[in-house]
Design a protein around this ligand. Sequence first.
Ligand code: SF4
Ligand code: SF4
Length: 446
Amino acid sequence: MKSRQTTYNRALEIVEDICIGCSHCMKVCPTEALRVSAGKAGIHADWCIDCGECYRVCPTRAIRVMDDDFKQIFNYKYRVLLVPSVFFAQFKDSIPRETIYNIIGELGFTEVCAVEQSVDTLVGEINEYLKTCEKPAISSFCPAVIRLIQVRFPSLVDNIMKLLPPIEITAQYYKRRFEQSGVDEGEYGIFYLTPCIAKIAAVKSPVGGYTSPITGVINMDFFFNKVYLAYKQRVPITTSIIINGELSSIGVLFPSTGGESSNINGRTLAIDGMKNVIDFLELLENEEIPDVDFLEIRACDESCAGGILSHRNRFLTAESLRKYSTKVPEAHNLIDEYKRTCSAVVHMDKIEPRSMVKYDKDIELAIKKMESARRLKTILPGIDCGACGAPSCEALAEDIVRDQANVNSCIFLRTIFEKRGEISLEDTIKIMEDIWGKERFDKSEE
Ligand code: SF4
Ligand code: SF4
């Protein structure tokens, strides 16, 4: 089954030849974006939030990250790599940062910059923003959380802070710097090294009416292996690289759980891990969380230390960040330059929900279909067995009203129809083959 819609850029794809249709991915998807049909999984692009939960559980590595080709960096004269602090925490603490920077230069970049340099300034902007915004404000740092709210908790979209995350402010700082020094747009490429796939999608399809100046996104797991191999092979350093790596302790810790909320005024909470996030957003939606000013919400356990493209164990990564934060100053030297860029670019527009697209782009029709799905759900067995190729009875009801499935797909209803003589055994077998693939049934007969 091919992906169904492509309104939004996605950062994952399923390689059909490798997929065995086991449905492990379908069972963990927090937005029910996956279905199994003809024995293969397929992602519904409009509902996928690029959290990577499916990628973590796929036993055959059939899910591929759609990152940018590393070789494209050589299309540019000036090649800047924006590096998040979790990247350095992938290496043993005994490997000097200077060595890692030099290898990055040897691999082709002309300048390297620590992404979280913009954080010191952003913290001040968030505290200003909190004085006038709707409470609680939800951090805009984690793109998977933003997308989760758009798809599953639309009533909370107005709580998402309308401020850009650190990577975009740092990228804007570089864009401005190149423009001011008269470098043509075609001559420079700004690349981001990502610990998670949600940031790939966020750069390509940003929210809040924003366009990112980031040229390409490099997979951190892939790049870590490249750098580590060069380190092990003691590749000689023959090129020089501009290093803009100074970070404050706030910047180093910002991508860790609590690293953002601990710098924000008022009552703040930090929530991480997809299950905790969903449980918490349900409480928030039901107005069971009063008097909170700011919520740091991150989709991965241990925040970016647990990103799916993070190579090292998440707890060791988080420990390494904590250790490094004690060795750096409280502010970095470029803070004034960032302040000027930040206040000029930091605001974004309102973020729109995506949930109604589930039924129809026409709102009136969407409401009618939603009502039909609700009625249909009451006649389905409600045990979410997944034998229909959808993750839950509710998801099957939605698929039926969208004409993407049939009531006969439900194994329980089909048994009733069979008993009444309304459907034959051959039809039943054909339906199961359509969902789970003919080969699976041939095998079981051997
Ligand atoms: S987890 Fe999903 S993508 Fe991976 S093999 Fe199973 S059905 Fe296919
Ligand atoms: S990335 Fe997340 S939302 Fe998208 S299909 Fe996988 S589990 Fe579902």
